[in-house]
Design a protein around this ligand. Structure first.
Ligand SMILES: [Mn+2]
Length: 352
């Protein structure tokens, strides 16, 4: 496995590249142009700037997360063709600096979803928390106020401009069924996968987080059956997965290690983190350690080891520990501990 670490860009992340290079075994950053609105072409000068910054610290920029998909594509509107053409140009542009994998998702309106960004764990650290009853009771607008208006940083997937016209967006989705979403995803893939093939970039869809419908919006990348269906939409190795253990694992019926084995060869990027699941679909993110959460991270890493995984891995979210001031879920300390835990398991497996 090749370890990488998410970085939000100069002036947009509390963690400097100088520190990232000091985490053992981290060879590159997972990056994006976070100031580019979905649907716009990423310009070469901005892409090259990130490359230069990473080069300075000997870090690669092989993995992009995310190139966001414009809502019109997910909605299947006539304007989608324009945004798909732009998406292709962005693929072409990032290929010029050597990008190998693009992570993206196909979740309507909301990217990931939580009800509390700073829920306290027993040890006094805080972490991202999802409480199902709150999602049922809350108006989506209130949630946006809470999440998107985070005072320190704009939250990835929750960019204010993206959610500006939330009620209109909800209205637009009111007639979109899961089957429509499948259809729109297929249309998108049939257009972009040949371009990805041409430029040798593996497309890696991120599962829905959490892996079930929220606010009545359709969600489809949620379980093993649906992922199998997704991979067949365009049966090419370039149409692959970002297998996120924490997202899929929030549903206890999902067996992540089993999915790793089943989808080996189509997994280009692994997000590994633990979650502790409570009743009623509530869950909290925990340290990566198996005993701290509900997922057997040892078994998941073993599955990757068994399949001879040579793709990219990143520790996913971390808790907020040691009074670190950071983006919710994206501090240095707990993610660095996560990296070391993953390497610890991997190295032990290597020794047999
Ligand atoms: Mn993830």
């Amino acid at each position: 496995m090749r370890m990488v670490f998410r970085w939000f860009g100069e002036g947009n992340d509390s963690v400097p590249l100088k520190y990232i290079r000091q985490i053992p075994g981290v060879e590159g950053i997972v990056w994006a142009l976070h100031d580019m609105p979905p649907g716009e072409v990423w310009p070469m000068d901005k892409i090259e700037k990130v490359k230069q910054q990473a080069d300075e610290y000997g870090l690669n920029i092989d993995v992009v997360e995310s190139v966001n998909v414009h809502e019109d594509i997910k909605l299947g509107l006539p304007t989608r063709d324009y945004y798909i053409e732009n998406y292709k140009k962005t693929i072409e542009n990032v290929a010029k600096v050597g990008v190998k994998v693009i992570c993206y998702n196909f979740m309507p309106v909301f990217d990931w979803l939580r009800t509390d960004l700073y829920k306290e764990l027993e040890d006094g650290s805080t972490a991202l928390y999802y409480e199902d009853s709150k999602i049922r009771d809350i108006n989506p607008m209130e949630l946006v106020e809470k999440i998107a208006k985070n005072p320190q940083f704009s939250m990835p997937g929750w960019e204010p401009e993206r959610l500006e016209d939330l009620s209109k967006l909800f209205e637009a989705y009111s007639n979109v069924t899961e089957e429509d979403l499948w259809h729109n995803l297929q249309y998108f893939l049939e257009e972009i996968i040949p371009v990805a093939e041409k430029h040798d970039i593996k497309m890696a869809i991120h599962p829905d987080d959490p892996p079930w419908s929220v606010f009545g919006l359709p969600r489809i990348i949620t379980n093993k059956e649906n992922i199998s269906r997704f991979l067949k939409l365009v049966d090419s190795p370039y149409n692959g997965l970002t297998l996120c253990s924490g997202s899929l694992g929030a549903n206890p019926t999902n067996n992540v290690a089993e999915m790793v084995r089943e989808f080996a060869g189509r997994i280009h990027f692994a997000h590994i983190r633990n979650v502790k699941i409570f009743k009623h679909g509530d869950f909290i993110e925990t340290s990566h350690r198996t005993s701290d959460g509900s997922l057997d991270i040892c078994d998941i890493v073993k599955a990757y080891h068994d399949i001879g995984f040579t793709g990219y891995v990143r520790p996913d979210h971390g808790r907020h520990i040691w009074d670190e001031e950071c983006r919710p879920g994206y501090g240095l300390y707990d993610r660095a501990l996560g990296v070391m835990y993953l390497w610890g398991i991997w190295d032990a497996l290597e020794q047999g």
